[in-house]
Write a protein that binds this ligand. Structure first.
Ligand SMILES: *Cc1c(COP(=O)(O)O)cnc(C)c1O
Length: 399
């Protein structure tokens, strides 16, 4: 068997939706985007949603619309894709990293609190702390109650990197549905090819404040007033005004049609992901050499990634060798994520080094993301588990 790390689930209705839009005579931002945004609000419980051309763009827009800029600091996790920290830098602000916690690999709310309360005596005291940017790693929601409470106390904005967390939810969350998208000031989602629903490239920013949402809408299309797309249609006029220096971040209808079609079956695809997780769990729970991801009762895991961690001290091989063995058996894996402070750019730019975020490093050094997606058959999932079990059994350190 050869099992690719990822394969998107594109079905006939997805193809038909795109073709229909292609034939409709309107292919860029228009009615399909409106419908996608509305469906997204309905699904997440967010008050507003703006479709854009990537999650990176969504994060940039949110930070720009919050007037975050040079001299400002935004706290985020080092255990993320580089886009999170890059978006902070796009507005001229400084990313400040706070280590993760081991239980879910998400940013540690206690460590955030420690830094925020001691900001004035920290090495960042010359910067103005403006926002928190939690990343819901693998689809496991961050501890949002603690994060929101701290943010409100200190007047900080909360912009979530929800690229992995479309289906994520915090049960019994006070003050909102608890769905990711309905909690923070803004939550940014990705529809990149590998994400839980896809438009090939694309993103959505959900917001729960009308003024913030409106500002992002204006910034997303060159700072133009009104729904600029309407200016070409019968109901609009040719007149518009430029209200701000904006960006070109709008999503075309062609992609929104695919997004809408994918969103219609998000629950079914999520159920398939859960099933993959259950099988992996069942098959691997007795393998002492690995640590499995958990889904505590008080959250809904979006199950974007299934990241196992090796107990390296129990094995005679390295993580890289483990990955190689799996590859030889036709199981293609990946590693999420190389902590940002280990990359040359971040080391140099922010004077960071190995040892600065020990939990992120420890998680990274032992992590393997298994193939995990709705298009996998049960046999394929079992085969993956079987290979992991075999490699662990053959390389077990004798005690
Ligand atoms: C995929 C991803 C992004 C970027 O999404 P794009 O839509 O490609 O911009 C950001 N953050 C995380 C954690 C991601 O995995």
């Amino acid at each position: 068997m050869n099992i690719p790390f990822h394969k998107p689930l594109i079905e006939e209705d997805d193809v038909a939706a795109v073709v229909e839009t292609l034939k409709s005579g309107w292919i860029t931002t228009g009615p399909a985007v409106k419908a996608f945004e509305q469906a997204f609000c309905d699904y997440t419980g967010a008050s507003h949603a703006l479709a854009v051309n990537s999650c990176t763009a969504a994060m940039h827009l949110a930070l720009a619309a919050l007037d975050i800029g040079p001299g400002d600091a935004v706290i985020t996790s080092p255990y993320t894709f580089v886009a999170t920290a890059e978006a902070i830098q796009y507005v001229g602000a400084t990313p400040v990293f706070v280590d993760i916690r081991e239980q879910d690999s998400n940013i540690d709310p206690e460590k955030i609190e420690q830094l925020v309360r001691n900001w004035k005596s920290s090495s960042y005291s010359h910067l103005r702390l403006r926002a928190l940017m939690p990343v819901h790693i693998a689809g496991h929601p961050c501890e949002m109650a603690a994060i929101m409470k701290l943010a409100r106390e200190y007047g900080l904005a909360v912009v979530e990197d929800a690229a992995h967390c479309l289906e994520g939810e915090i049960k019994n969350y006070r003050g909102s549905s608890g769905k990711i998208g309905a909690i923070g000031d803004a939550a940014c989602f990705s529809f990149y090819a590998t994400k839980n629903i896809t438009t090939a490239e694309g993103g959505m920013v959900a917001a729960n404040d009308e003024r913030l949402a409106e500002k992002m809408r204006i910034l997303s299309l060159h700072g133009m007033s009104r729904d600029a797309w309407k200016r070409y249609s019968n109901e609009g006029s040719w007149y518009y005004e430029i209200l701000a220096r904006g960006f070109k971040y709008n999503m075309p209808d062609l992609l929104a049609a695919l997004g809408l079609s994918q969103l219609r079956k998000v629950e079914r695809m999520h159920a398939l992901r859960k099933r993959c997780a259950q099988i992996l769990y069942q098959e691997l729970k007795e393998v002492d050499e690995i640590i499995l991801p958990q889904e505590p009762d008080d959250i809904t895991h979006a199950w974007h990634l299934f990241i196992i961690r090796l107990r390296l001290e129990t094995l005679t091989i390295t993580r890289s060798q483990f990955i190689e063995r799996l590859k030889e058996m036709g199981v293609n894996t990946s590693v999420h994520f190389i902590p940002l402070h280990l990359h040359p750019y971040f080391r140099q730019q922010f004077k960071l080094r190995k040892g600065d975020f020990p939990v992120a490093e420890q998680v990274y050094e032992s992590a393997i993301s298994l193939p995990f997606y709705p298009a996998m058959s049960d046999e394929e999932v079992r085969y993956v588990a079987d290979c992991v079990r075999k490699v662990a059994a053959h390389t077990r350190r004798s005690v």
